[in-house]
Design a protein around this ligand. Structure first.
Ligand code: F6R
Length: 242
């Protein structure tokens, strides 16, 4: 696990965008794994800038979202499908048909989860997976207690995650209770994990992920078992590391 502590969000965004750019430039059909939430937004802004100003192309890429809320109507502005379109994929040249997310609106969510894992597999797997981390140590929406071998499936958000995500909605009561999320086993199959965390609020989760035991108590700790992980932190997020 490579830990990189940088002194600004811009530098973190630039380092993550460098990793994405390298995959885009060296793979014939690059497959990106995209996270939502606040942490990757500066990375997406930097990728959009490189596309607009430097001609970086995503036309040949495919992308898979990490997770999706269950219960939001199709096209809801806070559905992760919409968020990623607004923040990244709608601003670059990746074809809309090349971007997939878990189908949180499916009648049979369990089957939709299985289909999603199959689609990732059929695309050849994810070359680079961007990740954030929740203040309770979740990655994607694998909340504490998640099986370390889990596949894409329905999960219930913890109260803490619903409170953390309330800022995207008018009221905490509007935050869905359920999500369809890639499992930890699914995420671990990506060839390179790039996790971005900033701010004091992430410091405890980051320390548990990097230095704690590999345990369902901190789902992100499973990444200690992955052969290629880059953790990009600011000083506040790194402040509890020994
Ligand atoms: C969202 C996701 C979540 C977030 C995490 C951190 O697709 O997978 O694991 O990365 O909740 O969210 P922020 O970055 O908003 O603090």
């Amino acid at each position: 696990m490579e830990i990189v502590i940088l002194d600004s969000t811009e530098r973190i965004a630039s380092a993550a965008a460098d990793a994405v750019e390298q995959v885009l430039r060296t793979h014939e059909t690059p497959v990106l794994g995209l996270a939502t939430g606040s942490s990757p937004l500066p990375v997406y802004r930097e990728i959009v800038r490189r596309h607009t100003e430097d001609g970086l192309s995503l036309a040949h890429a495919r992308a898979f979202l990490l997770d999706e809320y269950v219960g939001l109507p199709h096209g809801h502005p806070e559905s992760y499908r919409e968020v990623i379109r607004r923040e990244l994929t709608g601003l670059v040249d990746i074809p809309a048909a090349s971007v997939q997310g878990p189908d949180g609106g499916a009648d049979d969510v369990a089957a939709a989860g299985r289909r999603y894992d199959e689609a990732i597999h059929a695309a050849g797997g994810v070359d680079l997976q961007l990740l954030g981390i929740g203040s309770d140590g979740h990655i994607a929406f694998n909340e504490p207690g998640s099986s370390l071998a889990s596949r894409t499936r329905l999960k219930t958000l913890t109260e803490q995650t619903r409170q953390d995500n309330a800022r995207f909605f008018d009221h905490v009561d509007d935050v869905p209770y359920h999500v369809l999320t890639q499992g930890l086993g699914t995420i671990m199959e990506a060839r390179h994990l790039v996790l971005v965390a900033t701010g004091e609020g992430k410091a405890e989760a980051v320390a548990a992920m990097v230095e704690g035991p590999v345990s369902q108590v901190c789902p992100a700790s499973v990444t200690q078992m992955h052969p290629h992980v880059s953790v990009l932190l600011d000083e506040a997020a790194a402040s509890r590391l020994r």
